[in-house]
Ligand binder design. Structure first.
Ligand SMILES: [Zn+2]
Length: 76
């Protein structure tokens, strides 16, 4: 029985970490915005070559979510 670890230590280029739930994910290369697969929050991505970095949250989508929550809260 061979015990080869399946963990590939590939370079983490193009990977970002969600600032909301701290899950790592790879946005499509060159994408201006990317949403976290875990919590669904959207982030602006900046690229320096192959390196991705989260810049700031996409406020518009937050506002949309907030508006939906507010609407639900008011419909009691
Ligand atoms: Zn997330």
């Amino acid at each position: 029985m061979t015990t080869k670890t399946s963990k590939k230590k590939s370079k983490r280029t193009g990977e970002v970490r969600c600032l909301n739930c701290f899950v790592r994910f790879c946005p499509p290369h060159g994408a201006e915005k990317a949403s976290c697969p875990e919590c669904g929050w959207e982030w602006y991505i900046s690229w320096s070559g192959k390196l991705a970095k989260i810049r700031k949250p996409v406020w518009e989508s937050w506002e949309r979510q907030l508006a939906e929550i507010m609407k639900e809260a008011n419909e009691e």
